[in-house]
Design a protein around this ligand. Structure first.
Ligand code: BDP
Length: 695
């Protein structure tokens, strides 16, 4: 078990009674597979069922007892009698129905949808039921995705390095494309389709214009051909200065006629090769990337120009809100909102603004981004980070489901009752038809795809949540564990507990109480709260924690940067008073005196120490829990996780010691008695260097 098969292992069901039942209920597949998507669905079902049932499940034309019958209502008109039109309409283009029915006097399982894609997703859902050992005797399932664009964002460069990638190099083997189709592309497509992901941005947001040149587009088209039967569209990042860099124009000004024509022609060229090309993702005027502001134009001018180029082909533009300027004296927290809110209503219909979950940058914990709820006229797309840039690289076991859910569940209070972040992102709060959720991919060439075996869970969760954000982090973890490792209850229970606790544990040993952005400079590996030499202030940890002899934390209330004013009054109230601000967000919004007593009666300094120490203790608990699981799973993955947990323990100690020692230089207070004292000095930690850390 090297992890390559992800959650699609299809090993024979290890519960004899259940296997017996399943075998009676599933004997054959009948699919009017007249198109590539249906062929993919049928093929997957055949492979999956044959593996799970330990016997060949043939495809046949007849309907017999135990047939899995797949088809559209146009293939199988009886479906119109079975399912009323409104129920079918509710499925949209990608939803599915799975039902146990009597058909032509036989007991069959029907998988249908309005479009082929629905049947594909239905087939994968059916396989998931078996893999998680659910009853299938009387199924009546109807499911449709709540979010339309369910995407991975690869930060993959054309030289196959991956920005913030910790799982090897890029899986896109550009040199051998388009001639050589790696089996991985197919397995990648299967894995994504199995969790409902329907699009992939192949290239880094720090974009290279070369990808838009003819030879590279041929390579992109080859990938698109592999993905098409799995209902996955390809997207590219558009470098704003491409008209200058590869088009020989003198300017990339979005209001210039020649520039507009250049992009239109480029879009036409792309769509000739890839008729279902999804569109562009753009990072503009951010961290050195070119953009419309270089020509005194707005983000709306830039986005609209690209939107007009792809609109005739049905394409979209995802324009990122991750902007902050080195010239601005404003709190970095506030800058995206200041920049984008005034543009609400100015974007074309085929533009989405892609917003990171929090206002700074994928930290272990952030409050929700204040743009959610602030731009009702514009569809806002969620951007999460699966690759663990700030959450332990691919060495820490951190299940991000709870982080994703915490943000989705947050109430923006933009409306009186239906304005959670989830409702904003779905588009239901403001009646948008376009909606999207993206995860910055953690996939690389490692045999198990994500480096850490548990990194797979974060990829899995992104897809499942984008499909149905009402699923809980626990439900998703539970089904992932069962498919990826084992259905044995004792194993599932223990691992689920460990996964659900892992995010808070990481917050505790890295950035408790609302600390943020105190990691190593550049590579972002490990702690460096002392760092103050970056070329811009808001890249320095000291800018974010503001520790001094009085206390620690960033005052973002009215007496400070007043970033809080970007939220609705009801949200402001939750955070604005030190006494009532939830502890987990305290230092996000307040500069808190070291002696300040928290609700527990303990001082801030004591609590900080307690959190850091409990973070480390909890990693040791994770190690002990994992060690008890050896008998349930394969040696290979057991050992991998065991070794990685040992590294995680060492690194948690490193975070704890470095942070406690450093903050102690301001608090002037001892580490409470009874705790193991740091075994190195602060100078030791400050002098560590990491030339080998990837970035
Ligand atoms: C930051 C990463 C940087 C990305 C940037 C982004 O450190 O590598 O380019 O986000 O999202 O977190 O554009």
């Amino acid at each position: 078990e090297d992890g390559y098969r992800l959650w699609l292992r299809y090993n024979t069901i290890d519960n004899a009674t259940l296997l017996q039942q399943y075998r009676l209920q599933i004997t054959s597949i009948n699919c009017a597979a007249d198109n590539d998507i249906l062929k993919a669905a049928q093929q997957e079902l055949q492979t999956g069922l044959s593996g799970l049932l330990g016997r060949e499940i043939p495809a046949q034309k007849a309907v017999t007892n135990g047939t899995i019958l797949m088809g559209l209502p146009t293939h199988l008109p009886f479906i119109h009698q079975l399912v009323d039109d409104t129920a079918l309409a509710r499925l949209g283009e990608e939803g599915f129905i799975i039902r146990t029915i009597r058909h032509e006097g036989k007991n069959v399982t029907l998988i249908t949808g309005n479009k082929e894609a629905g049947i594909l997703y239905g087939a994968f859902h059916f396989l998931r039921l078996l893999q998680t050992q659910q009853p299938i005797t009387s199924l009546n399932i109807s499911s449709a995705p709540k979010i339309h664009l369910r995407l991975l964002n690869h930060w993959d460069n054309l030289n196959r390095t991956v920005e913030r990638g910790y799982a090897g190099c890029s899986i896109w083997d550009w040199q051998r494309l388009p001639g050589y189709i790696d089996q991985r592309y197919l397995d990648y497509a299967r894995a994504n389709a199995s969790i409902g992901i329907n699009g992939t941005v192949l290239t880094n947001v720090n974009a290279n214009a070369m990808i838009l040149t003819a030879p590279w587009l041929q390579k992109v088209a080859a990938l698109a051909r592999v993905f098409r039967p799995y209902n996955i569209k390809v997207y590219l990042t558009a470098r704003f200065s491409a008209p200058v860099e590869i088009g020989k124009l003198k300017t990339a000004d979005p209001l210039n006629d020649q520039v507009q024509k250049w992009w239109k022609d480029k879009a036409d060229e792309i769509y000739r090769l890839i008729p279902d090309f999804g569109g562009f993702l753009v990072k503009a005027n951010s961290e050195g990337q070119p953009g419309p502001q270089s020509y005194q134009r707005t983000h709306a001018d830039g986005a609209n120009m690209l939107a007009d180029a792809v609109a005739p082909h049905g394409g979209i533009v995802m324009w990122r809100a991750f902007v902050y300027s080195s010239e601005s004296p404003e709190d970095r927290f506030k800058q995206a909102y200041n920049e984008f809110k005034p543009l609400d209503g100015q974007f074309r219909k085929n533009v989405l603004i892609q917003v990171k979950n929090g206002p700074i940058d994928f930290q272990p914990r952030e409050p929700f981004h204040p743009l959610f709820g602030a731009m009702p006229q514009t569809p806002l797309m969620m951007e999460y980070q699966l690759t663990q840039e700030y959450t332990g690289f691919a060495t820490h076991l951190v299940y991000l489901g709870p982080l994703f859910k915490e943000i989705l569940n947050a109430d923006t209070h933009a409306k009186s009752n239906n304005s959670s972040v989830a409702q904003i992102v779905e588009g239901t709060a403001d009646n948008h038809t376009l909606s999207g959720m993206a995860g910055v991919s953690n996939i690389g060439s490692d045999i198990n795809w994500t480096g850490h075996p548990f990194g797979q869970a974060n990829w899995y969760t992104l897809g499942r949540l984008a499909w149905d954000n009402t699923l809980t982090a626990q439900q998703i973890a539970n089904e992932w564990i069962r498919q990826t490792f084992s259905n044995k209850q004792a194993f599932v229970d223990t691992v689920q507990k460990l996964m659900l606790a892992s995010r808070e544990i990481m917050v505790n040993y890295m950035t408790p109480l609302g600390l943020h952005h105190i990691m190593g400079y550049g590579h972002h590996y490990g702690p460096a709260p002392w760092y103050n030499k970056a070329p811009r202030a808001d890249w320095n940890p000291v800018y974010f924690h503001k520790a001094d002899s009085i206390g620690i934390g960033f005052n973002r209330t009215a007496t400070g940067s007043n970033a809080l004013a970007q939220y609705q009054p009801a949200v402001q109230q939750q955070f604005e008073h030190m006494a009532t601000c939830p502890e987990q967000f305290l230092l996000w919004f307040h500069h808190v005196p070291w002696n300040y007593k928290l609700q527990s009666g303990k001082t801030l300094w004591e609590t900080l120490c307690i959190k850091y120490y409990s973070g480390v203790d909890s990693v040791r608990w994770m190690q002990r829990s994992w060690n008890g699981l050896q008998r349930f799973i394969d040696e290979e993955r057991f050992k991998q996780v065991q070794q990685l947990l040992a590294i995680q323990e060492q690194e948690a100690v490193w975070w704890r010691n470095a942070c406690v020692l450093y903050f102690q230089t301001f608090s002037n207070k001892p580490v409470p008695a009874g705790y193991e004292q740091p075994d190195h000095t602060l100078e030791y930690y400050e002098e560590l260097s990491f030339p080998y850390a990837p970035n």
